[in-house]
Design a protein around this ligand. Sequence first.
Ligand SMILES: *Cc1c(COP(=O)(O)O)cnc(C)c1O
Length: 373
Amino acid sequence: MTASAPALPQPRPGVLDISAYVPGRDHVEGVEKVHKLSSNENPLGPSPQAIEAFRAAASSLEIYPDGGATVLREAIGQKYGIDPARIVCGTGSDELLSLLTHAYIGPGDEGLFTQHGFLVYRINILANGGTPVVAEETDLTASVDAILAKVTDRTRIVFLANPNNPTGTYLPFDEVKRLHAALPTNVLLVLDAAYAEYVRRNDYASGLELALTAPNVVMCRTFSKIYGLAALRIGWLVGPAHVVDALNRIRGPFNLNAPAIAAGAAAIRDDAHIAAALAHNDEWLARLTREIEALGLKVTPSVGNFILIHFPTTPGRTAKEADAFLGRRGLLLRAVAAYGLPNALRMTIGSAEANELVVAALKDFMSAGQGNA
Ligand SMILES: *Cc1c(COP(=O)(O)O)cnc(C)c1O
């Protein structure tokens, strides 16, 4: 041991630069009934068939799961017309983002993402000793030109959440294709399409087509949002065979558990449940945007299952005070200061009851009484 050896085990460079991810609140001190609108979960819950499959899996918990998550990859492949060999499943798309970063970014490498992009990208880049590089957005929307301006010969991955969380904005597929066409072929473009199922725009595409044809594009999806299975931690990605091969070498051999594999495969076949979740979202996304704007608050146009509400900086009317006011009524929204949005709150489209309560509470908050819960 040399004299300069540290007294304690030291995390690798970058690890202590990470601000740990703070999940959406799920309780408030002293408030009994809460409506959790802080994590973009599905207010309708999962498909009843997924719950049934989960219960059935409880009878064989002593058996290791299928390490290849075969029935799940086959069900996904069938739904989207993809060769299951091009699919990798993960414990949430969070794990896939982590595996991708681990496989492609090391010390000296750069990972690029946008100004108000999902925070998990930065965490993963730092965890692998890489350098996070941030591209400015325009009107809370990713800008292809700003991203391209930040590409260097050290760039290894460009992460694009499309639609983005927490802004709810998106890039049309033409723009995604323009981004891809201008990237060097050794840069991996990661399209994080966690909210793709909610988008109702003709000029949007999740990137499936690109991930199946380009040598340097992957698209990630999740069962945590419209499928209502956040607790089970299921995500998947599709990409070129060489990327799939790299990920299969480094992932845990049994990364998905058996109840998750079974429930996910059942959920993806229940088209009626997804249609119901989408119809609920369509109705309330439009209605909440309209009703909250009518209170004098700005709402960023969203294509996801959440909205970003902007508050004034006037004392008594700030986002921070609104968050506390709503919290006292058991209405838990998401503070997004960590995303560079200190004057906004993100609200998940909830049940009809929760949504109506938020509108009523915001009305009280914005009206003369200033801050009386
Ligand atoms: C919710 C979300 C995910 C999905 O996370 P899981 O790990 O699959 O639960 C991925 N990306 C973005 C942008 C998200 O908002």
